[in-house]
Design a protein around this ligand. Structure first.
Ligand SMILES: NC(=O)c1ccc[n+]([C@@H]2O[C@H](COP(=O)([O-])OP(=O)(O)OC[C@H]3O[C@@H](n4cnc5c(N)ncnc54)[C@H](O)[C@@H]3O)[C@@H](O)[C@H]2O)c1
Length: 249
């Protein structure tokens, strides 16, 4: 028996990185999965390989949210789980950053997540319950040089998560946030970021002294999406190898 048997899940930004890992683990755990992304080639290839359904879905667009949600309900008759995973990181110190770059990060990471919560309320009400998992970051707890927009967006996802948890409990919809630390994906090895970080010192500052595999985050996301997390809502789950425990970070 799988942890997610019988569940229908929509995962954003699912074509690569952690989103791809969530797609694969959710399928293994018995869920029927629809995933969106703006990377069409990667999305179609993952769908062909795994049997999950891919939909082109830019999380900034309310119309594309409607299409993604409709795809899930038309294919599978219901929607039980949303993982708001899509995100971008733009590196730049405040003095050097253009306002348009700030807006883009907030639009994808924060407004995209808010639109997601808004878009799944009706289908989850119809299903009689639901679980929403919002992917924030350890930068949702601490600031970092060059990441003002990213950290602002990820702090805000915590506020959104807690407000949504309070609003949606009456419909048996749980809403939690997950805060990954250093996970081995294209985002974490972003060249602008890497040029600024002393990776060796960074790894030394960790409690578990390595970057994580994406699936180590997926297991926490799958737990929160499942009925085993029935008493968890409005909560924050760090998956950071102990990084936030350190005074040096
Ligand atoms: N990698 C890390 O160390 C790390 C740490 C903390 C949090 N996160 C968060 O985890 C999530 C996944 O990141 P990742 O590390 O897998 O990065 P990634 O860049 O590999 O994956 C992000 C995915 O989101 C998609 N995406 C970007 N803009 C989109 C849009 N407008 N609409 C739909 N999809 C869009 C991308 O195409 C990509 O497939 C993000 O929210 C990120 O902020 C990552």
């Amino acid at each position: 028996m799988g942890l997610l048997d019988g569940k229908v899940a929509l995962i954003t930004g699912g074509a690569r990185g952690m989103g791809e890992s969530h797609v694969r683990l959710f399928l293994e755990e018995g869920a029927r999965v629809v995933f969106g992304d703006v990377l069409e080639e990667e999305g179609k290839a993952l769908a062909a390989e795994t049997g999950a359904a891919y939909v082109r879905h830019d999380v900034r667009s309310p119309a594309e949210w409607r299409r993604a949600v409709d795809t899930a309900t038309e294919l599978h008759g219901r929607l039980d789980v949303l993982v708001n995973n899509a995100g971008i990181l733009t590196y730049g110190r405040i003095q050097d950053m253009e306002p348009e770059d700030f807006d883009r990060v907030i639009d994808v990471n924060l407004k995209g997540t808010w639109l997601g919560v808004k878009s799944v309320i009706d289908p989850m009400k119809a299903a009689g319950r639901g679980a929403i998992v919002n992917i924030s970051s350890i930068e949702g707890f601490v600031g970092a040089e060059g990441l003002s927009a990213y950290a602002a967006s990820k702090f805000a996802v915590r506020g959104l998560t807690k407000s949504a948890a309070r609003e949606l409990a009456r419909f048996k919809i749980r809403v939690n946030s997950v805060h990954p630390g250093a996970i081995n994906t294209a985002m974490a090895v972003n060249p602008d970021l890497m040029a600024e970080v002393d990776v060796e010192a960074f790894v030394k500052s960790m409690v578990i002294k390595r970057f994580a595999k994406p699936v180590e985050v997926s297991h926490v996301v799958a737990f929160l999406a499942s009925d085993r997390a029935s008493y968890c809502t409005g909560s924050e789950f760090t998956v950071d190898g102990g990084l936030l425990t350190g005074a040096g970070y």
